[in-house]
Design a protein around this ligand. Structure first.
Ligand code: ZN
Length: 681
């Protein structure tokens, strides 16, 4: 499962959703986190702080695992649609080999289209899954393709360039062909109407019948049926084509296995070695029992500094939720940031005892969760260029129940999001004055991370239900109330002197930046994600508006928080930070009471009165101001580049990391050096 940063360009405040422990690193000011922007996308880069301090053997391990990560890129392209590799290769051939005028609108728009194809690993939007609309003419593309040296084109045996155009142009240009990668529309045949390449020639009913016949309802440790195969109908017979060595995608999987075996030779310890060996075995057999054995070994490997995901992992791309897209992430533990979550967790009882909620609703014994903060070394497959900020695996429920799961947050990625947002004009537009902007610049990232840590490590785990209270008593309001509870726990404690004492914040002023951004977000700026005329639906957004509107209203008599107009624009002003903290505490006590007693009516009243409705005039103003900033709603990353350093005898003496690669440059390099699959699979 994934925690995503969804479509936001705003400052750290918006990251304070469920998920995302983050870490601040002292990075050089010179590092440029932004690469380029096109369509609705912004490309960023991230640093890998601490890589230099790994041992040579650890660096070597990271290097081999990054190679294994990059070799799987073509798999995802093919999974996302059966024409994707052909289209990518054809467009790359035009992009690099075209001898005509590269400054015409047609060429420039084709370039944007190709950049979007790289970003989405196919011709459908990575998030919305709808097919891109090309802003260049068929005529231009056909002439360009036909002008190329045919040996640079992805031609099938005996195929001419003309025939290639005839085959793939309808897929690019006809909006009725493969319009959605994942169709979830109720009542339609989701398999036949989804463009993903997980099924071929089978209907939804046939696919469902095929897998339900496999399942044994009494099996308490079921494998993840269908996870690693395409389901096809050939000669009237429905069967799985398994992705494994010797099976479908073997050319890529063999390369992955090659690098994994190299990695095995430099594993940090025996348990990590066993993890890698078992993954290799799974790639070789394709047997899903081997996959479960691998997942169990992986979840138990907690002592290694370096960790990785490599394989068929998440099933968001399959409308039936069974078949997994290929992805890889190589990472190592961020010791400093993990220390922070450990400090918070080890003081969990103190926080519980001192919280402002009624003692009847407190836990006598509370245990904090200490999530691991990791530093990503490479993103690949379905985590590239768009990535999650937190990952919780494995997905098999019985393995999670019997053996646990690993929950990680990716510190350097969140850091890159934050750093790239600095200076993008967002806070300058929406914050009231220089004082707030300076406070956010100075403290914003660290306070936001701490708030998230408090939310995750303590907030969700605090408090208790009274005996006999149904945990689902709040029904549809349950998740908003739960997120509000965790957020309020964080808001109340982020201002506590205890945090200064624990050295988690630099001083007693720091929390003010977090209070300001929280209210600015909850009262105003999160509305940029809502279409005009719509209400707020999503639980985290509801919870933020609930909290912000409630304290605004309750503090109105004392002018604790105000909305003021300056030169025709609306701003949030906080006049009394200490009183605001008291109000957060009061709301926390009330929300905990609602949760502990299962007070459905109380939950309904709070959510409906404060969390759902949007002031249309303010909304329009916020949208207009946001639009002027010209920020891209979706972000992705280029990877760093790793290179082996060898001595005269060929022995590896170091692994270097560099960050100067551009977006198109990296994509073309990957397509050249890591592209083992044929165009048709
Ligand atoms: Zn949460």
């Amino acid at each position: 499962m994934k925690k995503q940063i969804i479509a936001m360009a705003a400052s750290a405040a918006i990251l304070a959703s469920c998920g995302g422990q983050t870490t601040v690193k002292e990075t050089t000011n010179k590092f440029d986190y932004t690469v380029e922007q096109f369509a609705d996308l912004q490309i960023l880069r991230y640093q890998v702080p601490g890589f230099e301090n790994l041992t040579l053997k650890q660096k070597e391990l990271v290097y081999y695992l990054t190679q294994a990560a990059l070799e799987g890129r073509d798999i995802l392209f093919d999974q996302n649609g059966k024409y994707n590799l052909r289209i990518r290769r054809m467009l790359e051939a035009v992009y690099t080999g075209y001898q005509g005028d590269k400054t015409t609108p047609d060429f420039k728009n084709m370039e944007v289209y190709l950049k979007r194809v790289w970003f989405s690993n196919g011709i459908h939007h990575h998030y919305g899954t709808e097919k891109f609309v090309p802003n260049f003419s068929q005529d231009f593309l056909r002439k360009a393709v036909l002008s190329l040296d045919a040996s640079t084109l992805p031609l099938a045996d005996g195929q001419t360039a003309e025939q290639l155009c005839d085959e793939v142009f309808p897929v690019i240009f006809d909006p009725t062909i493969m319009p959605k990668r994942v169709n979830q529309a109720d009542g339609e045949d989701l398999v036949l109407t989804s463009a993903g390449n997980y099924y071929d020639g089978v209907t939804q009913q046939e696919a469902e019948a095929f897998y339900s016949a496999m399942k044994d309802p009494n099996d308490e440790t079921p494998v993840s049926y269908g996870l690693n195969s395409r389901l096809v109908k050939e000669d009237g017979k429905i069967q799985e084509k398994v992705w494994k060595v010797g099976g479908l995608y073997t050319q890529a999987i063999e390369k992955i296995v090659y690098w994994l075996k190299k990695a095995e030779t430099v594993a940090e310890n025996e348990s990590q070695k066993a993890v890698i060996a078992q993954l290799v075995k799974f790639y070789e057999t394709g047997d899903l029992k081997d996959f479960d054995d691998y997942a169990i070994l992986w979840v138990k490997d907690l002592d290694s500094r370096i960790d990785f995901v490599n394989g068929f992992t998440e099933s968001y791309g399959d409308p039936l939720g069974m078949k997994a897209s290929w992805e890889s992430l190589v990472n190592f533990k961020d010791l400093e940031a993990t220390h922070r979550t450990e400090v918070i967790s080890s003081n969990a009882q103190w926080f519980e005892d001192h919280s402002p909620v009624d003692s009847a609703f407190k836990k006598e014994k509370v245990k904090g969760v200490s999530a691991k903060v990791i530093t990503a070394a490479i993103l690949a497959g379905d985590l590239y260029p768009s990535t999650a900020i937190g990952i919780n695996l494995p997905n098999a429920n019985w393995i999670r129940a019997h053996h646990g799961s690993k929950s990680v947050t990716i510190g350097n990625i969140t850091d890159a999001y934050n750093k790239a947002a600095h200076g993008n004009g967002f806070n300058e537009e929406f914050a009231y004055s220089d004082a707030e902007i300076q406070s956010i610049d100075k403290y914003g990232d660290i306070v936001d991370e701490l708030h998230t840590d408090l939310h995750e490590c303590l907030g969700h785990g605090s408090g208790k239900l009274l005996p006999g209270v149904d945990p689902d008593a709040l029904r549809a309001y349950g998740s908003t109330i739960e997120e509000a509870r965790a957020d309020l726990f964080g808001l109340y404690y982020v201002a506590d002197p205890k945090l200064v004492e624990l050295k988690l914040v630099p001083d007693a002023e720091a929390y003010k930046s977090g209070y300001y951004t929280y209210l600015m977000n909850g009262l105003m700026t999160q509305l940029v994600r809502i279409e005009p005329g719509n209400n707020i639906e999503e639980a985290h957004m509801r919870n933020r508006q609930l909290i912000a509107r409630w304290v605004f209203e309750k503090g109105a008599a004392d002018k604790v928080v105000e909305m003021v107009k300056k030169e025709g624009k609306t701003y949030v002003v906080i006049n009394d930070y200490q009183k605001l903290r008291t109000l957060f505490g009061e709301l926390l006590a009330e929300i905990q009471r609602i949760k502990s007693t299962g007070d459905y009516e109380g939950a309904r009243a709070l959510v409906e009165n404060y969390a759902v409705k949007v002031d249309p005039v303010l909304h329009a103003e916020v949208l207009a101001r946001y639009k002027k900033l010209n920020l891209a709603p979706y972000k992705g990353f280029v990877n760093p580049k790793y290179e082996l350093v060898t001595d005269a005898n060929g022995n590896i003496t170091d692994v270097t990391v560099s960050y100067d690669e551009g977006y198109a440059e990296q994509m073309l390099r990957y397509s050249k050096d890591y592209s083992p699959l044929p165009s048709v699979n």
